[in-house]
Write a protein that binds this ligand. Sequence first.
Ligand code: NAD
Ligand code: GLY
Length: 349
Amino acid sequence: MQVNIPLRKTVDNSYDITIDAMPKMHFHKKVAIVTNPKVAGLHLGYLLSKISAKELFIITVPDGEEYKNQASVDLILESLFNHRFNRKSMLIAFGGGVIGDMTGYVASIYQRGIEFMQIPTTLLSQVDASVGGKTGMNNAYGKNLIGAFHQPNAVNIDPHFLDTLPKREFAAGVAEIVKMAVTFNKDFFEFLETADLSDKQVLQEAIKEAVKTKAGVVAKDEKEHGLRAALNYGHTFGHVVENETNYKTYLHGEAVAIGMVMANAVAVKMGLMQDEEASRVEKLLQKYNLPTTYKIEDTETFYEAFFLDKKSSDASVTFILPKGIGGVTITDELDKDLVISVLDTFGDC
Ligand code: NAD
Ligand code: GLY
């Protein structure tokens, strides 16, 4: 006997992303704010003047990508158990992408999933990491290899947190904004070319446009079966740059900037992008002092390193290539000789 029981999804996990000064909020439940000592020192007082709850706890984990690991996840989990958090309790991720990804991951596994809110405090996390529900942590095998898709209940982006952000961290966020514009939003790219992001109004507009662009992609492909992979533009090359330099020389966004320039060079070689368009992207990145050159010591080694990227399945590498400005193509069928010949040009930098 064959029995078919349809199990339809009825879950609506849509949520609001607010870009404005934090409103006052009260939660009639147990809430834990997860943050790190740096962000807490700079901004926790302000947050606590805005947020209250039936019971409110602060959990701090050490600052840095190297602490985006099981030990920090365990520390957060233990605190939740000790304070008897239940399935109705909520977490607030208060920090950059490291805090956001890890808090979201804990929210996805604590008692099989509880609510969480994102309050991102770096530009990169405001325009990218806090939106779209990718959560996770690193382990000895690589970055973000453990995680879950777990959407937040809300994202509150308060640009005022960026006042204390170091310039380099700010620029790293700009790289992700440029990524969104080049791949999906030509008008936005043109806006960025003349925009002055040190003007707060203009910056808020840019954050809004980047978030709108990313949200549009996530709404179409939440679990990265296709289109969402395009948001990894610059990352296939950038990850190798990060890896080769032991994650010490470049911030992630800086490596992505180099990666976008490399992807553009491949796109130009394939006739997908005009030389002049690639130059415009480079010029925009340079406007924010982002690196656009990198000396590849050994192109074969660089090429082989693509295959260590988790986004590659067995023998293929997924390349995200711009189609002009405002378009994108995803392919795992690139000719090795073509890629090597482009990489060779970076050997001469
Ligand atoms: P980060 O979280 O390490 O923050 C960078 C530094 O800035 C840290 O030292 C942090 O404490 C500090 N900081 C945070 N807010 C500050 C403020 N307002 N003023 C001064 N200093 C402040 O790094 P990041 O660039 O925000 O995020 C990178 C992480 O995000 C990576 O782990 C990456 O994997 C992840 N990420 C996730 C997604 C996603 O979709 N989930 C997307 C992109 C990146
Ligand atoms: N940062 C890429 C993504 O969210 O899919």
